[in-house]
Design a protein around this ligand. Sequence first.
Ligand SMILES: Cc1cc2nc3c(=O)[nH]c(=O)nc-3n(C[C@H](O)[C@H](O)[C@H](O)COP(=O)(O)OP(=O)(O)OC[C@H]3O[C@@H](n4cnc5c(N)ncnc54)[C@H](O)[C@@H]3O)c2cc1C
Length: 475
Amino acid sequence: MSKKIIVLFRNDLRLTDHPALWHAANTGAILPVYIHNAQLQAQDKAQNYWTYYSLQHLQTTLRSYNMPLILRQGEVITEVLQLALDTQADAVYFNERFSESERSEDEQLTTLLQAQDIEVKTFYGDSLFDLTAIFNQQHKPYAIFTSFYKRCLQEHARKPLGSPATLKAFPMTVASLALEQLQLLHGNWYVKFNNYWCPGEDGAMEQWTPFLESNVFDYKDKRDDLAKEKISKMSPFLAAGNISIRSLWATCQELLDEEDNAIFAQQIESFLRQLIWREFSIYQLLHFPTFSTVSLRSNFQHFDWEPHADRLDAWKRGQTGYPLVDAGMRELWETGYMHNRVRMVAASFLVKHLLQPWQEGYAWFEHTLLDFNAANNAMGWQWVSGTGIDSAPYFRIFNPSLQGEKFDTAGTYIKKWVPELAQLPSKYIHAPHTAPATILEQAGITLGDNYPLPMVDHKTARARALERYNAIKKA
Ligand SMILES: Cc1cc2nc3c(=O)[nH]c(=O)nc-3n(C[C@H](O)[C@H](O)[C@H](O)COP(=O)(O)OP(=O)(O)OC[C@H]3O[C@@H](n4cnc5c(N)ncnc54)[C@H](O)[C@@H]3O)c2cc1C
């Protein structure tokens, strides 16, 4: 009789290159399981939308193998243990995860299952390399991205596995909740996300294939051009695991191997480098378990932040009076996504111009981003705030108007997301408060009424931030 193996699905909602599923499929009969813990997962998070539709898609693909997806709700350890005992499973397989709480949950689960003589097998998770084995010459974790990057290039990225040819189901019926019973969808905020996204494994390929056919070839030169959208927008698919990072790496690597044109090769390499930034964030989460809550540079514990509900709220609503920041924050609310360049500017504005603790920004991004993941979000916020390792220095403070001029010269991106500025000539679009009264009137703008005056003056805010920073430098 073949082994009965429970396969856990978590942030790997796909069939292709799912190591736990692949190995289980080659070993025995399978019970695919997803457990939703409503206690740990905020009910109104944007990402619940992605989880819902990814699960729906996964159910459909598994059905084509005559395989159910068992959905349960509750505390993961209790649910898996009970399910394993009820079904007399021989083994539980899952892919590794990286945050401290996830690893601790997986360790406890392993101990309890093994105590019941149930075999546990874990497989490499969501990374290209074995990040637990990469150290510098002093056998310490790399602190500088460039050194980490060069080291990764010497390693062989793990090869992706295909999809299992067949799947054999457990010889019994196992009770499952209906997807709606997980209550992942609340209110109607998420409905509009359907205008922009198609979560799931097929949706991932639909997003990825055209990028590979065209935009990757000028990625390096055009990725910061906000009007052109030359980025891949693969991040929400990666966060839910609708596609594996190894598949992205391997297809780009093949493209690179075939590419004779040195300019095109540079563009592809630039994209691959971004995938290693993602590895670097996971690496930091592994080595600094408090990465997503505590500033890595300890002198920032003495930083004189000014927590202020109204300032934070204006930032969240895209009502700061700085058009690029407002456009980004509104894009985020509308689509669950924001371009990386604008994330940097908006995050810097919150931390440096408004002196709000970066953790507040982290929490808002966790609530609103469809691609939220603890490692990338923590690295993004700590990088921008100057609190992390290999971060932008605190004294480098983005000027939001100049960033707009540089990366959205004609104001196309701003006009899309801040429609009340649509009639303003490009010359003033990045700083409407500098426009003469007649121009504002012709554009239908009354500052302080239908578009805010700048919340803070850039020069004053910059000087204030530097003063606070100098105080902790001496501390
Ligand atoms: C304050 C802040 C918060 C962020 N929070 C998140 C988050 O929660 N989740 C998330 O996936 N990314 C986060 N990022 C990183 C980055 O903004 C997104 O990964 C990127 O914008 C996703 O768009 P894309 O898929 O089109 O990227 P592309 O430019 O097409 O890049 C391809 C992939 O490379 C990786 N990548 C690209 N840029 C970065 C980067 N700077 N750091 C790490 N990985 C990168 C991502 O996996 C991305 O999907 C954050 C950045 C900042 C500044």
